[in-house]
Design a protein around this ligand. Sequence first.
Ligand SMILES: CC(C)(COP(=O)(O)OP(=O)(O)OC[C@H]1O[C@@H](n2cnc3c(N)ncnc32)[C@H](O)[C@@H]1OP(=O)(O)O)[C@@H](O)C(=O)NCCC(=O)NCCS
Length: 180
Amino acid sequence: MADIAELTTARLILRGVTLADAPAIQRNFDDYEIIRYLAAVVPWPYPPDGAHNFLNVVLASQGDTRWVWALFLKDAPEEAAGIVDLRHGEGENRGFWLARRLWGQGLMTEACDAVTDYAFTALGFEKLTLCNAAGNTRSRRIKEKAGATFLHVEPASFVDPALTTHEVWELNRATWAARR
Ligand SMILES: CC(C)(COP(=O)(O)OP(=O)(O)OC[C@H]1O[C@@H](n2cnc3c(N)ncnc32)[C@H](O)[C@@H]1OP(=O)(O)O)[C@@H](O)C(=O)NCCC(=O)NCCS
């Protein structure tokens, strides 16, 4: 495990997750409206030690093949209110969620912009493969706003069994640089 860079945006601080974030992550993440859109490997009902277990897994590869930031509002810097999870390798390279009370203010777009910049500059990613459950319009909008290219739809399993496919997108370094 290694420390990862702290990123800042207009309204947010993104800090590498630590075990101390477990209680806030547990509180904010244990919400079916968040978890239903995530891959079926996420347990539901969410167990009381879910955040702690997630953090233990993540911290084993933090700064190596995985970069997981907790999101803090500059106005409330003690409460981890969401996550952006960036991963090297084939398949999906990024996941994210935000506490429901904060949706619809452009905060995740802001966080993803900072992480995308960091992935293409400091970390040397050439492209990001991005996915969202078909029907997850908020997540889809974040890809559209970033200028990602829609590739195709594939079968996929989510916590919500009514979601059976995901949309696959690609964002490459040149497209991102041109946009920025
Ligand atoms: C997806 C999520 C992180 C979005 O966070 P957010 O901070 O609200 O996102 P933003 O405000 O930056 O962008 C959301 C976009 O969706 C739009 N949107 C909001 N509600 C919408 C709705 N009901 N239908 C369609 N679009 C909607 C917003 O207007 C915004 O687009 P705009 O900037 O063009 O107006 C948050 O909803 C979440 O945690 N969802 C559950 C977990 C999840 O889906 N994770 C992603 C898995 S791929």
